[in-house]
Design a protein around this ligand. Structure first.
Ligand code: HPA
Ligand code: ZN
Length: 350
């Protein structure tokens, strides 16, 4: 890992991190012990009986569908690892610990402001009440602001592989907590789940005052159509941000739309290099940046991506895109520009 002092020290903003994707093997182990839930790998439920085995399972997260490695060991796919972690979250204290763990890590990297995602449906479909989740998060958020000087606002993401009706029901159930939720996003498995399925919900959410974003993961089927739907139609006239959206760089008309509508993009390089070559990743990032599109660098699911947090993602682009100090500052001012903090806070962050 490269380690550049300028990047290490610079004040940071993180706009694309799934709070459930920050569950370290240590926290997974602790929650399993505390809630007396056996830890397993994959749908076959191969048991994990020590923290060391849990750490090893995290190092072998591969692909999107079940995969067996060359040595015959069953590996977790990303979504198995990610959603498997949800089952361990059972009490308000668990949600507090999850969020506080991220905020503490953020403080150490000099992250001053963040907008973490959470996936309410992934919890409420297991019978967890929405107020338990948000009470835990809120307590951590307040403590992080006062003790760590890390400010935050939450983005509620809908699971696009569940139905639009389920998303609408979840949205309505979360409305009483609107004061701590700044935006609405769309995540989970994108395969044959276009943003257009959720137009009604996003239009309503914009009317209710939520800021809008959606995942368009790198190199997904129909990605250019999905990007166009998010940029031009989501919420009526298009979302304000696109999460990932790297394939914008493939088509000049998409570049033009994103640029002219001043749509912000959250880019998570460590997530892409797990599945794509460096030549596919870094020239695209450089192209978006050089075109003046407001990209901000983030971590996505750092615990499940070989422990690469926002700091490592910044080190990586600095090296692989040959960004200089001025460029690294530009990435942070992009993040301030596209973030959803109020004007007062934005001024403080600049
Ligand atoms: N892609 C889609 N949905 C997600 C991801 C991701 O990388 N991480 C958490 N939810
Ligand atoms: Zn993401």
């Amino acid at each position: 890992r490269s380690n550049d002092k300028f990047v290490t020290d610079i004040p940071k903003i993180e706009l694309h991190v799934h709070i459930e994707g920050t569950m370290t093997p240590e926290l997974r182990w602790k929650l399993a012990q505390r809630n007396k839930i056996p830890l397993t790998v994959g749908s076959e439920k191969v048991p994990l009986s020590t923290l060391a085995e849990t750490r090893e399972a995290y190092q072998n997260i591969r692909g999107r569908i079940g995969a067996t490695s060359a040595d015959g060991k069953r590996n977790m796919t990303f979504f198995e690892a990610y959603y498997g972690g949800f089952d361990l979250l059972q009490t308000e204290e668990d949600y507090f610990d999850l969020a506080m763990g991220y905020f503490e890590r953020a403080a150490k990297m000099n992250v001053r402001y963040c907008e973490p995602f959470f996936d309410p449906q992934g919890h409420t479909r297991r019978g967890i009440p929405i107020d338990m989740i948000l009470k835990g998060f809120k307590r951590a958020q307040i403590k992080a602001e006062h003790r760590l000087n890390v400010r935050s606002q939450w983005i509620m993401c809908m699971l696009r592989d569940m139905s639009p009706e389920s998303a609408m029901d979840q949205y309505e159930a979360a409305l009483p907590y609107k004061d701590m939720i700044v935006g609405l996003g769309l995540d989970s498995d994108e395969y044959e789940r276009p943003p257009s399925l959720f137009y009604d919900l996003f239009k309503r959410a914009r009317g209710d005052g939520f800021r809008l974003t959606s995942h368009c993961d790198f190199n997904q089927k129909d990605t250019h159509d999905h990007i166009r739907q998010v940029a031009e139609r989501l919420g009526g006239t298009g979302a304000e941000r696109i999460d990932h959206g790297m394939n914008v760089a493939d088509q000049e008309d998409l570049m033009e739309i994103v640029k002219s509508k001043d749509i912000g993009m959250t880019i998570c390089p460590c997530a892409y290099v797990r599945h794509a070559s460096e030549e596919a990743v870094f020239p695209r990032i450089r192209k978006l940046f050089d075109a003046g599109i407001k990209i901000a660098i983030a971590s996505d699911d750092p615990a499940y991506m070989e422990d690469n947090w926002v700091l490592h993602n910044l080190h990586l682009v600095r090296e692989k895109c040959s960004f200089n100090n001025k460029d690294m500052v530009q990435l942070q001012s992009n993040a301030v520009s596209i973030c959803w903090a109020g004007d007062e806070l934005k001024k403080e962050l600049l």
